[in-house]
Design a protein. Structure first.
Length: 78
């Protein structure tokens, strides 16, 4: 429940997606360590949500995720 009322179908879907992504992140960080786990998490998010964004024509999201991946890469390759 949120704000004293049940969640709507759309709110529930967003909540479930956020919880699923949070679990993916925690699992990857636990398995690979903070930096590599975060990098793998962003790869997964790019794969899952990037495909959806591409279908919808949302290039801003794809740019943001690509920038996050590049920042992690530069921090460790630099």
């Amino acid at each position: 429940m949120s704000a004293g009322r049940p969640l709507t179908k759309i709110e529930r879907k967003k909540y479930n997606r956020a919880e699923h992504e949070r679990k993916i992140r925690q699992d990857l960080i636990a398995q690979h360590g903070n930096d590599l786990g975060t990098f793998y998490y962003w790869l997964r998010i790019m794969n899952i949500r990037g495909t959806q964004a591409f279908r919808d024509g949302d290039t801003v999201f794809i740019r943001e995720v690509a920038l996050a991946l590049e920042n992690v890469y530069r921090r460790h390759a630099g």
